[in-house]
Write a protein that binds this ligand. Structure first.
Ligand SMILES: [Mg+2]
Length: 204
């Protein structure tokens, strides 16, 4: 019998190398407001966080500091740019659909993300992954986000499972999965995600 009933994947930075795309879109929409978003700041404070908390970090980058509420007004534009960039060229690893097909023989599968459904579902469809997923938990499904256990608890309830391996790239994501009682494996490079998950499932 397999060690886990389900495998639950984070989206950004795990299934798709999208964190640099998010960062670029924020940089573009906030530059006119005098807020210089850099990858260093984004990587240190924003990977694995919800968008509403990021604007507080960005506000401190302006001199004098900006009003986070003012920056948040740019969020619809940032989301639109992200969707356009991803629709033109979503950076999924090659072979990811076949990987999900293989896993679906033995495991229930899900995606657990802090991004909204609108920012993930169309790309899961386009990549050929959506059909293998028993559930997609988005940031709009829960009140408390990662690192709280809520998103992973909800995925477990929807799939009717009590053991799972979570595949995550950020400390808040790892914390969320473990707080929900699941095992977690960390991805540092989305290009190597499939290799790392296979090794973990084979116990090597
Ligand atoms: Mg992530």
């Amino acid at each position: 019998m397999p060690e886990f009933q389900a495998i639950l994947f984070d989206f950004d930075g795990v299934l798709v190398d999208s964190e640099p795309v998010h960062c670029d879109c924020w940089r573009e929409v906030l530059a006119p407001l005098g807020v210089p978003v850099t990858w260093e700041v984004y990587a240190a404070h924003c990977v694995g966080a919800v968008d509403s908390s990021m604007v507080k970090v960005f506000a401190k980058l302006a001199d004098p500091p900006a009003d986070p509420a003012k920056l948040w007004e740019q969020y619809p534009l940032k989301k639109q740019r992200f969707r356009e960039r991803m629709a033109a060229n979503a950076p999924f690893a090659e072979g990811v659909a076949e990987f999900f097909r293989e896993l679906s023989v033995q495991y229930k599968l899900g995606v657990v993300s802090s991004s909204s459904h609108a920012e993930i579902e169309p790309f899961l469809e386009a990549a050929g992954i959506r059909q293998y997923l028993g559930t997609v938990v988005g940031g709009d499904d829960v009140k408390r986000h990662k690192p709280a256990p809520d998103p992973y608890v909800l995925a477990g309830e929807r799939l009717g499972i009590h053991s799972a391996l979570a595949v995550e790239d950020s400390p808040p994501g790892m914390e969320s999965a473990r707080a929900a009682g699941f095992a977690a494996v960390r991805i540092t490079d989305p290009a190597r995600m499939m290799e790392v998950v296979r090794a973990r499932l084979e116990g090597t």
